[in-house]
Design a protein around this ligand. Structure first.
Ligand code: DX5
Ligand code: ZN
Length: 227
């Protein structure tokens, strides 16, 4: 079953607890937490103290997306602060395999992320070692951007690579996803779908999420029927 992960980047930071409760109430099981350092990406978001506060108010799985240089310096800190899943960018380290080991040693699930300009082929060697691979469908750094269309092609390539390598990593996609394209990303094989502004920038976030869940479930039924 494809999961939708509400991304707190677009939430109302003065009312985070309320926003988390709103999406939990309609069945969200995972939250996406974006960390930006102003170096790897041209923006700064939130970090460890905010993650600790969110951890205290929810048992949902927290998926931390590190958009930072030298991710290896902060893995244990983020896991101690409450991250269940941690992803880092292929482009941000020369030692992806070591970072994956570090995340696993810290007892978290490990994900590797690729930017829009990075080909799926760079994942070939690392794929069997990770729990999930995240395809950025916008250039990381900001919410509310337009979905880059060739990300669908990358989803398809990732599916083929998983088949070829026997890797069981889940496929996550992040950026520019809303009611107009969620069915397509499910069709192309996304298991974990990050959605920020199409939930939290809407007047009724819970309703917006429910609508997306229904669309994703419909697309999944079609996938099953075609198999
Ligand atoms: C962007 C972040 C995303 C962001 C997505 O760099 O990684 O998680 O919140 O926001 P939307 O869904 O608005 O594109
Ligand atoms: Zn993200």
């Amino acid at each position: 079953m494809a999961q939708i992960l509400p991304s707190l980047l677009s939430a109302d930071f003065a009312n985070l607890q309320r926003q988390v409760e709103e999406v939990a109430a309609v069945g969200a099981q995972m939250l996406h937490f974006d960390v930006m350092d102003g170096r790897f990406v041209p923006n700064i978001s939130v970090g460890v103290p905010v993650l600790k506060s969110i951890r205290r108010i929810t048992r949902m799985i927290i998926d931390v997306h590190l958009m930072i240089v030298e991710p290896e310096k902060y893995i244990e800190t983020f896991v101690e602060a409450g991250a269940d899943w941690v992803s880092f960018h292929h482009e941000a380290t020369a030692h992806a395999n070591r970072v994956v080991q570090q995340i696993h040693q810290a007892q978290a699930r490990a994900g590797i992320v690729i930017n829009p300009a990075t080909p799926v082929s760079v994942l070939e060697q690392i794929l069997p070692a990770v729990d999930y691979a995240l395809i950025m469908s916008v250039n990381p750094g900001f919410g509310g951007q337009t979905f880059i269309a060739d990300s669908l092609d990358k989803l398809q390539k990732l599916k083929q690579l998983k088949l070829a390598t026997g890797a069981r990593a889940l496929t996550e996609i992040d950026g520019g996803i809303g009611p107009e394209n969620i069915e397509l990303v499910v069709k192309y094989g996304a298991d974990l779908i990050v959605v920020g502004s199409s939930i939290f920038s809407q007047k009724h976030p819970a309703q917006a999420l429910q609508k997306l869940q229904a669309l994703a479930a419909g697309a999944e039924q079609l996938n099953k029927a075609e198999r």
